[in-house]
Design a protein around this ligand. Structure first.
Ligand SMILES: C[S@@+](CC[C@H](N)C(=O)[O-])C[C@H]1O[C@@H](n2cnc3c(N)ncnc32)[C@H](O)[C@@H]1O
Length: 252
């Protein structure tokens, strides 16, 4: 069935020069001019909308369109999709998996994971983060995230989960508690900015009896790729982007 634009639903206007994620209601105005959403309500996605002289296509947004425009709260660092994707690539979690995560922060990681797994239980102790996380979770439209205003060091209520991800200060103090939450063969992933923190997480995992403990860094570098004549003129466009180390362990 072809999806159609509903009044008030958030749509992505995708143009050659700009993108906008906006509710399809009333009039839209930008530096390119104005457009009337009534022209596209009820029409299939993919139609063109002229904003002044600029051409945009109206697209149904997905979780990545949403995430890169959602609130970060100016507080704690968020987990970027490249690292969230690495968590799934390493652990093989899928639509049947149950995941526990701490701390929620702005819920970027929780939202990314929930788009792929069965359920995400996410723990956050700071009230200010809970507010931002709630907003981002509601805006994502996902219904499989259980947001818990709790300090995870007081214990994990869930049992038999496939994965616990710790993205918080001093995760090494919580590692032991994750053992009882995980199913046999379940995965622990600890995200750390510095190698010293990763080493502490690895050590705590070994002490708690986890096996297959390793730390990996997920570097990313963008390139400008093009061919001139028959010669490649491709060049790196950015330096390597380091965001975190992933310390991975398995319950044995
Ligand atoms: C780096 S942020 C997490 C960002 C999150 N992964 C995201 O993608 O938006 C760390 C968060 O962990 C929370 N936190 C730290 N210790 C915690 C604990 N013991 N229990 C629950 N939350 C905790 C902090 O309040 C902070 O919001």
């Amino acid at each position: 069935m072809v999806a159609r634009v509903k009044r008030g639903q958030r749509v992505l206007l995708l143009g050659a020069k700009a993108q906008y994620l906006v509710p399809a209601i009333g009039k839209f105005s930008s530096k390119y001019g104005c457009a009337d959403f009534s022209k596209i309500i009820g029409k299939p996605f993919g139609k063109e909308l002229k904003v002044g002289k600029e051409r945009f296509i109206v697209v149904e947004p997905n979780i990545i369109d949403f995430l890169f425009r959602s609130a970060r709260g100016g507080g704690p660092q968020v987990t970027l999709p490249k690292d969230a994707a690495a968590v799934l690539a390493i652990t093989g979690c899928n639509k049947n998996s149950k995941v526990v995560e701490a701390g929620t922060g702005s819920a970027w990681l929780a939202v990314f994971l929930a788009n792929h797994v069965d359920k995400v239980y996410t723990y956050e102790r700071r009230k200010e983060s809970i507010k931002i996380a709630k907003k981002n979770i509601i805006n994502s439209g996902l219904k499989n995230i259980i947001l818990k205003q709790r300090d995870i060091s007081n214990g994990i209520a869930e049992k038999n989960v496939d994965l616990v991800v710790l993205d918080m200060e001093e995760p090494e103090k919580v590692v032991k508690k994750t053992v009882h939450a995980l199913k046999p063969g379940g995965w622990l992933v600890v995200l750390s900015v510095h190698p010293e923190q990763a080493a502490l997480a690895a050590e705590a995992s070994r002490k708690a009896g986890f096996g297959y403990v390793r730390t990996t860094e997920n570097l990313q570098r963008d390139w400008s790729s093009y061919i001139k004549g028959r010669m490649s003129r491709s060049r790196p466009r950015t330096d390597f982007v380091h965001s975190c180390f992933l310390t991975v362990a398995r319950k044995i």
